[in-house]
Design a protein around this ligand. Structure first.
Ligand SMILES: [Zn+2]
Length: 136
C-alpha cells in the first residue's frame, strides 16, 4: 500500500491501494481521484460525449472540489439546465466501474458504452424513485 502524505497527514484524496501510484489507463505518474474521474483521457472522452458541457478552463479542472462544486452549484452561473447535471453521479459511478473493469479484467470499455450505462442507470433510478413516491 502506498500512502502519499500531505502536510504530514494522510489525506483520503491521496490514499492509493497498491504498489503502483501511476494511472494504469494512461500512464500518468499519479492516479489521483480527480485524475481518474475527470482528467484521464477515457474519462475526458466520456464527459465530452455527455450533455454536461466540457468548457475550457471551466470543466473539468485539476481540482476535485471545484469539479464537484461545478456539478452542485455552477448550473445557474452558466445557465445550464438543472436536469443536465442529474446524470453526473451515474457517470462518475460508471467511470469508476469501467476503470476497475480495465484493471481487473483487462477490458477496455468504449467511452460511449460507459456513458450509455450511466444513462441507463440514471433512467432506472428515476423510474424507481417515481414508483416509490407515486400515490398509487
Ligand atoms: Zn490516466
Amino acid at each position: 500500500m502506498s500512502l502519499k502524505m500531505s502536510h504530514d497527514k494522510p489525506t483520503p484524496l491521496y490514499l492509493h491501494i497498491g504498489t503502483e501510484k501511476g494511472c494504469p489507463r494512461c500512464g500518468v505518474d499519479e492516479e489521483s481521484i480527480n485524475h481518474l474521474l475527470f482528467l484521464c483521457l477515457p474519462s475526458r472522452k466520456i464527459w465530452a460525449l455527455s450533455a454536461i458541457p466540457s468548457l475550457e478552463n471551466i470543466f473539468p479542472r485539476n481540482d476535485l472540489f471545484y469539479n464537484f462544486d461545478f456539478f452542485l452549484r455552477r448550473d445557474k452561473q452558466f445557465g445550464i439546465e438543472e436536469d443536465i447535471f442529474g446524470i453526473f453521479p451515474w457517470i462518475i459511478w460508471y467511470i469508476w466501474k469501467s476503470r476497475n473493469w480495465f484493471i481487473f479484467e483487462s477490458v477496455i470499455e468504449p467511452p460511449q458504452e460507459t456513458l450509455d450505462f450511466a444513462k441507463q442507470g440514471a433512467k432506472v433510478w428515476s423510474q424507481v424513485i417515481i414508483q416509490l413516491f407515486s400515490p398509487f
